[in-house]
Ligand binder design. Sequence first.
Ligand code: CP
Length: 343
Amino acid sequence: KYAQSAQSGPLRDRISYNGKHQLLSVDQFTRESVEELFRIADQMQPIARRQKVSRVLEGAVLGNLFFEASTRTRVSFGAAFCRLGGSVCDTTGFTFSSMAKGESIYDTSRVMSGYVDALVIRHPERGSVAEFADATNIPVINGGDGAGEHPSQALLDLYTILTEFSRLGKLLDGAHIAMVGDLKYGRTVHSLIKLLALYRDLKFTLVAPKGLEMPDYILEQAGKRGHVIEQTSSLEQGLVGADVVYATRVQKERFADEQLEGYTADFQVNKAIVDRCGRSDAIIMHPLPRDSREGAHDLGVDLNHDPRLAIFRQADNGIPVRMAIFAVLLGVEGLVQHSLRDV
Ligand code: CP
């Protein structure tokens, strides 16, 4: 499933951020290092499914600081840490943090690093998680910083694509990836396109309504690696030939002065359009949550029983991938195999 790696030295040193064992951006990875992380994620699968037990993080404490809504990222990071024998302390929202009393990011980070062994942080401002990381030497993981990045989501997305392609007998090199929806504010696609760009000869079709296109700085970074990047506002056109269809939610909460009029049901990935224009062996992904409210148009529930829909397999992959991230950043990945015992 993965290419051979010729890299040497601990993975956590090779993916470090400013010399620290922290994960802020997918820019920290090469193709070799990301695939090394995925080999560790594969080893985590029996523990993630509770077929085996490991306590390599026994006694360690994770601080989950989430200043924005989350279900998957917060719970799966917490569950991943617990599956390796550690414990988790959570703070959710500004209201229940002393930042509501005016405490700075610097002070919060310094204080928390005296209490816990690693931090996962989600914050509405782009660049804010890097501020937390700069203030401490403990592992800090970016759980989403505004419209910036969501590196662990992109890692589990890429892991899902490689796993699904392996099942289908396909290679990622040369594949066609369609990304659909709010590509301006969707941080998962910002991280994912950069990570996918580590592969060879990809074609990206970016399907977005006017005003919600992928930012130029990300297009330039992916474009430098020689991939074909096409932009369109036609979903039908975007789906034709795509091996991966990655739908996203409209991030209304991040809108400045954008209007939603341009975003209509024409952008919904649903069974009718996938059957009409999509490949029979396409995989359909979404970082979730999908918006199920009246008038929302990201991903139709009529695909729920379609085998091409990979969204729940994708969400499940959050556990082994996040276990691998912790094991690497905390330097215990070499101990996991020896620590395994039966349930
Ligand atoms: N995909 C994702 O980040 O989901 P949550 O917002 O529920 O964490």
